[in-house]
Design a protein around this ligand. Structure first.
Ligand SMILES: Nc1ncnc2c1ncn2[C@@H]1O[C@H](COP(=O)(O)OP(=O)(O)OP(=O)(O)O)[C@@H](O)[C@H]1O
Ligand SMILES: [Mg+2]
Length: 259
C-alpha cells in the first residue's frame, strides 16, 4: 500500500513565475515527512505537485520528475485522476460536503472514482474508514446526519476518513491542524502516528513542536526574497534537523529567529 516518492529536479511554475526551484528529495514510505519554512516559500505548491493538483490552476506547470514505485507521475501515459486516487489530500480547513451525510461524505471519493459498490460493502467501508480515522465511536449512531453537524476536529477526521476510503498509498496534509483546537490537534497527531504504519504521509506545518512530534524526516524550504523561487534548503531526520541542522538558516527558522 504505502509507497515512496523520489522527486528529482522539480521546478514548479505559475505561468512565467517560478515558484519552487530545483527540488530533489526522497519521501520515505511508512513514515511522516514534514515540510516547514516561511510563508510563501512554496510548501503548498510543492505538496500539490505530488498528486498533480498543481496543474489544475490555469497556466500552472511542472518540470522534472516525481517517481512513485518506479512510475513517473508526470509521464505522458499517466492518468492524473488515478494519481489523485493513489495520493490523497487533506486540506487546511475541513471541507466535508455540507449537504451530504457523514456516511455519504466517507463514500464521496469512492463514488467520484466511479466504483460500483454494494450496500453491504459500502457500510463496511464507512465503518473501516471511520475506524481508521478514529472517528467511528463518536459518529456511529448518527451516520445519516450531515457532515457539517460535526465539530471542526471531527470534520477534519471525517475528511481523513474520506481520503483513506479510496485506499490511497500516500496522504498529503496541508496544515491539517491549523483550524483546530489543541485537543483536536492532538487527536489528528495521534492518528498520523497510527496511519504511518500503512501510509506514506507528507504534512505541511507551521508548528515546529508539531513537526518535531509527528515527523520522522523534516524538509526545510526557504525563499531568498520576494519574486524569488522557494528552494529546499535541507532535509534530514527530524531529530537531527531540530538538534544540529547543517545550515544556519534552518537553525534560525527552527529556533524562531526569523520567518
Ligand atoms: N494560484 C496561484 N497563482 C499564482 N501564484 C501563486 C498561486 N498560489 C501560490 N502562488 C505563489 O507561489 C508562491 C508559493 O506559494 P505557496 O502557497 O506554495 O507558499 P506556502 O509556503 O504554502 O505559504 P504559506 O505558509 O503561507 O501557506 C508564493 O509566491 C505565492 O504567491
Ligand atoms: Mg501553504
Amino acid at each position: 500500500m504505502s509507497k515512496r516518492i523520489d522527486v528529482s529536479d522539480l521546478n514548479v511554475y505559475y505561468s512565467d513565475f517560478l515558484a519552487v526551484a530545483d527540488v530533489s528529495m526522497t519521501i520515505e514510505e511508512r513514515s511522516v515527512t514534514a515540510l516547514i519554512g516561511p510563508s510563501g516559500c512554496g510548501k503548498s505548491t510543492f505538496l500539490r505537485t505530488l498528486n498533480r493538483m498543481h496543474e489544475v490552476i490555469p497556466g500552472a506547470r511542472v518540470e522534472g520528475k516525481a517517481v512513485m514505485d518506479g512510475q513517473d507521475l508526470y509521464a505522458s501515459d499517466v492518468d492524473p485522476v488515478e494519481v489523485r486516487r493513489q495520493v490523497g489530500m487533506v486540506f487546511q480547513r475541513p471541507n466535508p460536503f455540507p449537504t451530504m451525510s457523514i456516511a455519504e461524505n466517507v463514500l464521496a471519493g469512492v463514488k467520484l472514482n466511479n466504483r460500483r459498490i454494494s450496500k453491504g460493502d459500502a457500510s463496511d467501508l464507512v465503518e473501516s474508514s471511520l475506524q481508521g480515522a478514529n472517528l467511528w465511536t463518536e459518529v456511529k449512531d448518527r451516520l445519516d446526519r450531515p457532515g457539517s453537524s460535526l465539530s471542526g476536529g471531527q470534520q477534519q477526521r471525517l475528511c481523513i476518513a474520506r481520503a483513506i476510503a479510496v485506499k490511497p498509498d500516500v496522504l498529503l496534509m496541508d496544515e491539517p491542524c491549523s483550524a483546530l483546537d489543541p485537543i483536536s490537534t492532538l487527536a489528528i497527531e495521534d492518528l498520523m502516528a497510527e496511519l504511518k504504519s500503512e501510509y506514506t504521509i507528507v504534512i505541511v506545518t507551521h508548528n515546529m513542536q508539531q513537526a518535531a512530534r509527528v515527523s520522522d524526516r523534516t524538509a526545510f524550504f526557504n525563499i531568498a526574497g520576494t519574486g524569488k523561487p522557494g528552494r529546499l534548503i535541507e532535509m534530514d531526520e527530524t531529530s537531527t534537523m531540530f538538534s544540529s541542522p547543517n545550515v544556519q538558516a534552518t537553525e534560525d527558522y527552527i529556533s524562531g529567529r526569523f520567518g
